[in-house]
Design a protein. Structure first.
Length: 158
């Protein structure tokens, strides 16, 4: 595993007309494509879920777009932030950018404090994603959704 160099600055940024095309071009590895939507789909979901206060975060490393994340409000029980999509481009995986970006997103949500937790649903076989979420402090709730029985529901409490 490649460790994030201290000199690398990971930041979050808003999607706009200047960076949209660069973000749309991001892609995960072929073997990861069944786990989440492609970049265009993530950007579209951000628009489609705008009534749920959906926000698409651009993720950059030293100013270069490397990933995307989608967070939305989930007002049904348990009410929480739902981290619905989180991806780092295949070229930038294994460098620690995902872990650092996830921590930045969680810090932003904790500061807002609309809810006391964030949840994410992850395929059981997606060991890489599970590792990143657990490293950031997410824990398995033990709940298995009948609609996605091959997935774990993880929660992060602020």
């Amino acid at each position: 595993m490649i460790v994030l160099e201290e000199s690398t600055l990971v930041t979050l940024f808003d999607v706009n007309e200047q960076n949209f095309l660069a973000l749309r071009a991001l892609a995960v590895r072929e073997d990861q494509r069944g786990y989440l939507d492609n970049a265009s789909g993530i950007l579209a979901r951000g628009y489609a879920y705008r009534a749920c206060r959906a926000k698409v975060y651009g993720i950059a490393a030293d100013g270069v777009p490397v990933g995307l994340a989608l967070v939305r409000d989930l007002d049904e029980e348990p009410a929480c932030y739902e981290l619905q999509q989180f991806m780092i481009d295949a070229r930038y995986q294994g460098k620690g950018y995902g872990t650092q970006a996830l921590r930045l997103i969680l810090a932003e949500l904790a500061a807002e404090r609309k809810y006391d937790c964030a949840e994410v649903c992850v395929k059981m076989e997606d060991a890489g994603a599970l590792h990143v979420y657990e490293k950031a402090g997410f824990v398995d709730t033990g709940y298995i959704d009948a609609d996605v029985p091959d997935s774990l529901n993880l929660v992060y409490r602020f």
